[in-house]
Structures are given as C-alpha cells and as structure tokens.
Design a protein around this ligand. Structure first.
Ligand SMILES: *[C@@H]1O[C@H](CO)[C@@H](O)[C@H](O)[C@H]1NC(C)=O
Ligand SMILES: *[C@@H]1O[C@H](CO)[C@@H](O)[C@H](O)[C@H]1NC(C)=O
Ligand SMILES: *[C@@H]1O[C@H](CO)[C@@H](O)[C@H](O)[C@H]1NC(C)=O
Length: 454
C-alpha cells in the first residue's frame, strides 16, 4: 500500500520545480509513469485546494493518480477548504482519518475524480438531460444543471469555480461541498451504530462474583462529565511505540475525575484479586502506562483493560519482547477505548457473532466472539477467554481477566514460529520486566523506571 519512496520523492521534486521552471520534464527512470511539471496533479498539490491535496497524500493515492493521468485526462472536483474543515461532521472526518479506514478515504477521494476531460461546456443544458460519468472509485457521478439559475452541479455539490485549473492533461473544478459516495456513508453508519450498541452500559452490576464468591466493589455512580471532543488517540501522549502522530490533547483540563486515583484503585484491586501480578507490575513499574491511563480517564475517556493472567504472561518468550517498545505495544493492544463489562461484551457477541473492538494500538483491532458461553478474544491459536469477568468496574475503567496474551493477526506468523520456542524457553515471572529493562538501558531510558535498578 505504501507509495515507494522514490516516487514520492520525485513528485515532491516536481512540485518544487513547478513554481519556477514551467518546462516539461521527462522521467529518467523509464518504469515510472511520465509526469509533466504542468500536469494537473502537480497543479493540484500546488493549488489552494490544500485540504484536498493533503488528503490525497494521506490516502497514499499519488501513485495511483500518476498512473491514471498517464492514460487519460483527469477531471478533479475539488471541494473548497472550508468544506473539508468547518463544514464537515467532525466525527465523519475522524472516521476517515483512522488508519483502519484508509479504504473508505480512498474511495471518497477517487469519487471526486473522473478519468476524462469534463469542460464547462460538457454540462447538460437542462435538468432533463443529466449525464452520468464513471469516477475512479467506480461509482458514477451525475452532472446536472439547475434550470432556474443555470448553476452547474456535480452530484449534490454546486460547481462554484469551474476551470479553476486547466492543464493539458486535466482540469480542476472547485465545488462547494464534499461528495460522499453511498458505500462510504454506509461504512460510517455501520460503525457508528455498532459502537452505540456495543457501548451500552450494563445496569447494576451484581454484588457478588459468582466465580470467586467474593464481594465485589460497589460501583460508584459516575458523574458524566463533558464528553471528550477528540478521539482518544489524539489525547494519547506521544511515544515512539505509538503508530499515529498524536495531535495536541483536548483544550483545557476537565477535572471531573481523578483518573490517577481510579487507575491506582484498579491496579490495587488487580493485586488483591490474585493471579495478575505481572500485569500489575508492568502497569506500575515498567512504563508510564498507568500515568497515561490516569490522564486519559481524568480527561473523560473510558477504558477497558483485558488483563492477561500470570500464567499467560509467563508464556511470553524473549523473542516476543525483543522488538523495541514491544511490552508497551503488547499492553496497548489489550486496552479498548470503550467501557465494556462482561455483560455488555457477551451481549454484543451473542447478537452480532463477531465484534471487533478498537485498541490503543492503532490500527489494530481485537476480535471478540461467543465461545462456550463466554467471550473469546483474538484469532485461532492466539486466542484468550474472558476468564475472570469484571475484576474491576467503576464506570470509567473496566478490567477483565483473560487467560492468554493477544497479538494482532498480522503478527500471527511470527508468533507461530515462536511457539516452538515456548517449550524450551523457561517461563518465569518477571521476564517481561527484565527484558524491557535491558532494552531501556540500551536506549538510556532505564533511569525512568525504578524497577530496573533493583
Ligand atoms: C487530454 O485532453 C487533451 C485535450 O482534449 C487531448 O489533446 C489529450 O490527448 C488528452 N490526453 C490523453 C492522455 O487522453
Ligand atoms: C448546450 O447547448 C449549446 C447551445 O445550444 C450546445 O452547443 C451544447 O452542445 C449543449 N450542450 C449539451 C451537453 O447538450
Ligand atoms: C514496583 O517495583 C517495586 C520495586 O521493585 C516493588 O517494590 C513494587 O512491589 C512494584 N510494584 C508492584 C505493583 O508490583
């Protein structure tokens, strides 16, 4: 999916040239499509449709478009910047920018590009003669004209700046609003409704845990603070182990909750519960995870932690932990940015069969399904059962004990290779910490963690 560096680099180089040297430049490397400095694509990146140009780059579409413009003229319907900033539903924009939804973003953008030259005179003369054109997203868009005003339309968007850019290999028409193909709208709606159903909060948690017959912590009523404006990923602290570059956190602290206290509470509960010491150790000692979680909860976010028990943690091999940042990555894959209890998850998997939850390890999701009257997470061999339900639930943080360590499916192959070594590797408690400290020493970060000096 990634655009080869040389293509991107070359494109930027062209962009640089286009301002000052309006000559046409043939590529030296013959296997690349030929792009001229006066191409409509170069013009797009250089135009005042900066929001669109940025999205095209983010969607990794430049190469596709370079290839396409080599074959035919392109007509680009470019929404004005405001249409992609203020006038766009922030939730929808967030959806588009999530790495997991790259396909939707690409479809949306390609829906604005017709592989043919459409000039202003190509518009039909009256409403009764609308024309359909196939786009690069394979959906068709309609060209039409409003009878009364004579205004030109593309789909539902008015063309406000026809021929904003006119180049030998294509044209750009400025339009008033974004065009949203139905399939993308549907993806967005499905996601939203699944979220609202799966996020249903259970009522009145039972007082006694049927498994352990221990009295449970009563659930304090939670004052619903102002919902965070930004997705949780934007609020997360920057770190080398996190995939996305985080934006600044939500403006102004909302001190509705003492998130740090709640995190300490749940870690203490984990320790008292028994069998989760490794997880507790990691949260307190290894990383700034606990601090980070506390901060997120203070800002109004909710979290569900799938805590692998000690037996599961002991099976981790040195190999699995040797990549830089691996322990953090592992834990982030076990934190869901939603408040879920055993009941709400069980209801979802019974209702939908399979449900995938976002994790703090973007863009990886964790799959849940019903199995043996319980909830099973993960795929195939790398799966784990919900083993100790509702170890901690306070309305903001939920902790569910599981009997395995989960890995994103992409890493399954690696993991399978490693399972051979599990037999020979001597599993013991604290290995995760040990390896992590070695890593931290290597990068000079060990002083931040007290455990590494014991
Ligand atoms: C693009 O359109 C121009 C003007 O109609 C035409 O001369 C040129 O051959 C077209 N290019 C391609 C690749 O079809
Ligand atoms: C619209 O009308 C003009 C003049 O009557 C004509 O030249 C043009 O081809 C028409 N366009 C379409 C798309 O029918
Ligand atoms: C964190 O490390 C310290 C020092 O090694 C240890 O005493 C403490 O028990 C650890 N915390 C937890 C929760 O295990």
């Amino acid at each position: 999916m990634a655009v080869p560096v040389n293509v991107m680099g070359f494109f930027n180089f062209l962009l640089l040239l286009s301002c000052c040297f309006p000559f046409s430049l043939a590529l030296q490397e013959t296997h690349l499509p030929q792009i001229n400095s006066n191409s409509v694509l170069v013009a797009l990146l250089d135009s005042h449709y900066t929001e669109l140009a940025e999205l095209v780059e983010k969607a990794l579409l430049l190469q596709t478009l370079e290839e396409s413009v080599g074959k035919h003229n392109l007509t680009i319907f470019a929404p004005m910047n405001e249409a992609l900033e203020r006038n766009l539903d922030p939730e929808f924009k967030r959806f588009l920018l999530e790495p997991g939804n790259l396909k939707s973003l690409q479809t949306l953008l390609l829906y604005h590009i017709v592989p043919a030259r459409i000039e202003p005179h190509s518009w039909p003369n009256s409403t009764s003669h609308s024309l359909l054109h196939p786009t690069l997203s394979h959906h068709r868009v309609q060209l039409s004209r409003e009878d009364s005003s004579g205004a030109k339309f593309i789909g539902t968007a008015r063309v406000i700046n026809p021929n904003a850019v006119n180049r030998p290999d294509g044209v750009i028409h400025g339009i008033e609003q974004l065009l949203i193909p139905r399939s993308v709208q549907q993806d967005f709606n499905n996601r939203r409704s699944l979220r609202s159903i799966s996020a249903v909060k259970p009522e009145g948690a039972p007082e006694v845990d049927p498994k352990t017959h221990r009295l449970k912590k009563s659930v304090p009523p939670v004052k619903p603070g102002a919902a965070p404006v930004l997705p949780i990923y934007d609020a997360m602290a920057p770190g080398p182990s996190l995939a996305p570059a985080p934006a600044p956190g939500p403006g102004g602290p909302h001190h509705h909750f003492n998130g740090m206290r709640q995190v300490k509470d749940f870690i203490q509960t984990l320790v008292q519960y028994g069998g989760y010491n490794e997880m507790a150790d990691i949260l307190v000692n290894l990383t700034s995870l606990a601090t980070e979680m506390g901060r997120l909860v203070s800002e109004g976010y909710v979290l569900t932690v799938l805590a692998p028990n000690d037996e599961a943690m002991a099976k981790l091999t040195t190999d699995q932990l040797s990549e830089p940042g691996a322990p953090e990555q592992i834990i982030y894959y076990h934190v869901i940015p939603e408040y879920q209890t055993e009941e709400s998850m069980y209801n979802s998997v019974r209702r939908f069969g399979k449900v995938s939850y976002d994790t703090l390890r973007l863009p990886h999701k964790v799959l849940a399904q019903e199995a043996d009257g319980s909830v099973k997470f993960g795929h195939g061999d790398g799966s784990a059962y919900l083993f100790d339900p509702d170890i901690y639930t306070d309305g903001r943080i939920s902790v569910q004990g599981i009997d395995g360590v989960l890995f994103p499916p992409e890493e399954k192959n690696k993991e399978e290779k490693k399972t051979i070594k599990v037999a020979t590797a001597k599993p013991r408690r604290g290995k995760l910490l040990e390896v992590a400290c070695r890593m931290l020493v290597a990068i000079g970060q060990d002083s931040r963690f007290t455990t590494c000096h014991v």
